[in-house]
Design a protein around this ligand. Structure first.
Ligand code: URA
Length: 440
């Protein structure tokens, strides 16, 4: 088999056989296919698309390109969750503890952030002492005893995706349905959970800009998961504005703790309860409405916060942060962005907000860049809120004052103020399961 022939076939819009997709995925993982041929193939897939069968075959080959984690030593139905990437998306830090507090084990492998989107592992690393690289035996032991552990994805989970994702990032081929579906599902399948809940984001800050594109991606991923025997469902959630009031690693951990401690943060709470209910339902805890009640009780009773505390302690972190979030790092240079007119906040474009936070030091422009865990943005206003000229809209945090001007420029570009109260885009759009699409 020759990569040249496979490329020519995809270039001409023909359908590839599973063996050809296997050859491509294996060659990406072991380095036997050069970057220029891999990149050409990615562009051919981007331009010509793939059938559902091709996407499923590529996913399977990518999942088998590295280690397949066996979670069977942990008793119970293990449920995983995956977000397609967002700004201010600290849901794993809230949903994981809620689900674990309801008796469903969560053994989660997460990634670092890249570009304007954040990653759970970077947020956890903001907690002093927290260890994200654990031996498998210790990881399993914590899940068995605490019910929840979150570690960084090992280097050898779906290495084909690792290679292809890095090339997609620099060849303008990220926003392709079959490439996103195979990337996400290969990692989820290799990570070993029995059931998978996907949080497919839509809106300005998401890869899928419209709800219809997000539903199409969700249907494809649900089909792939179910075909390999994993119960899979997806929620389509809004990412036209950041979730909650905090963007940046330590700031987001603090916000997650405050929500688990009972603070009212409506948009974040709503999305987290919907995701937790979805995970509990997939784990066989009953009808969705009943699962929602279970999740609300775990949150209200403080049991979920206690689970987070136990997990932080078990993974070597300073668990006192759950009682006193001021123990988390906070960058010393702080600047307020103030309203330039009276009126209402009409828009806070998520992508620009994410870029502003990254420029303050909270994220990486390149994989090797160090992270300033205390950097980020704390919003004081959200879309729909009334504002007066001169009132603070947000506080920017950084350790390097030279970063402020460019970040402020992005944040200013993200925010639109207007004279009239805006109509807000929904937070929850649809649920996609093997039985079809339920729109809210
Ligand atoms: N998340 C992933 O893991 N892969 C993609 O391609 C997009 C989002």
């Amino acid at each position: 088999m020759r990569m040249y022939d496979i490329l020519a076939k995809k270039r001409d819009g023909l359908t590839l056989a599973p063996q050809e997709l296997e050859f491509f995925a294996r060659g990406a993982a072991d380095g036997s296919i050069p970057d220029y041929q891999l990149s050409a193939m990615l562009m051919a897939i981007y331009l010509n698309g793939m059938s559902d069968e091709e996407t499923a075959a590529l996913t399977d080959a990518m999942a088998r390109s590295g280690d397949l984690v066996d979670l069977s030593p942990i008793p119970g139905v293990k449920v995983d969750k995956h977000s397609t990437g967002g700004v201010g998306d600290k849901t794993t830090l809230i949903v994981g503890p809620i689900v674990a507090a309801c008796g469903v084990p969560v053994a989660k492998m997460s990634g670092a952030g890249l570009g304007h989107t954040g990653g759970t592992i970077d947020k956890l690393c903001a907690i002093p002492g927290f260890e994200t690289q654990l031996e498998k035996e210790r990881f399993f032991e914590i899940v068995r005893t605490v019910g929840l552990a979150v570690i960084s994805q090992s280097g050898n989970i779906a290495p084909a995706d690792k290679k292809l994702y890095a090339l997609r990032d620099v060849t303008a081929t990220i926003g392709s349905l079959p490439l996103i579906a195979s990337s996400v599902m290969s990692k989820k399948i290799a990570s070993g959970a029995d059931a998978i809940l996907l949080d497919v984001k839509t809106g300005d800050g998401a890869f899928m800009k419209t709800p219809e594109e997000a539903v199409a991606l969700a249907r494809c991923m649900v089909g792939i998961g179910e075909a390999v025997g994993r119960r899979t469902a997806a929620l389509i959630t809004g990412m036209d504005r950041p979730l909650g009031y905090a963007v940046g690693n330590a700031l987001e951990v603090a916000e997650a703790i405050r929500l688990l401690g009972g603070e009212e943060i409506p948009d974040l709470r709503e999305v987290c309860l919907a995701l937790a209910a979805g995970m509990l339902h997939l784990a066989g805890k009953g009808e969705e409405a009943h699962c929602r009640l279970l999740a609300e009780q775990a949150l209200k009773s403080g049991r979920a916060l206690e689970k987070l505390r136990q997990m932080i302690a078990a993974q070597g972190g300073d668990s006192r942060v759950t009682e006193d979030p001021s123990l988390l790092p906070l960058a010393p240079v702080q600047k307020a962005l103030t309203a330039w007119q009276d009126g209402f906040v009409e828009q806070m474009a998520a992508q620009h907000c994410g870029t502003a936070s990254m420029l303050l030091g909270a994220g990486r422009a390149k994989k090797e860049d160090p992270i300033d865990y205390g950097a980020g943005i704390r919003f004081l206003k959200k879309p729909g809120d009334p504002v007066q000229k001169g009132e603070a809209l947000a506080i920017l945090y950084t350790s390097d004052a030279a970063r402020l001007p460019q970040a402020e420029e992005h944040l200013r570009a993200a925010i639109r103020l207007s004279g009239e109260a805006p109509r807000l885009a929904p937070l929850l759009y649809a649920r996609v399961t093997r039985d079809g699409v339920q729109r809210f």
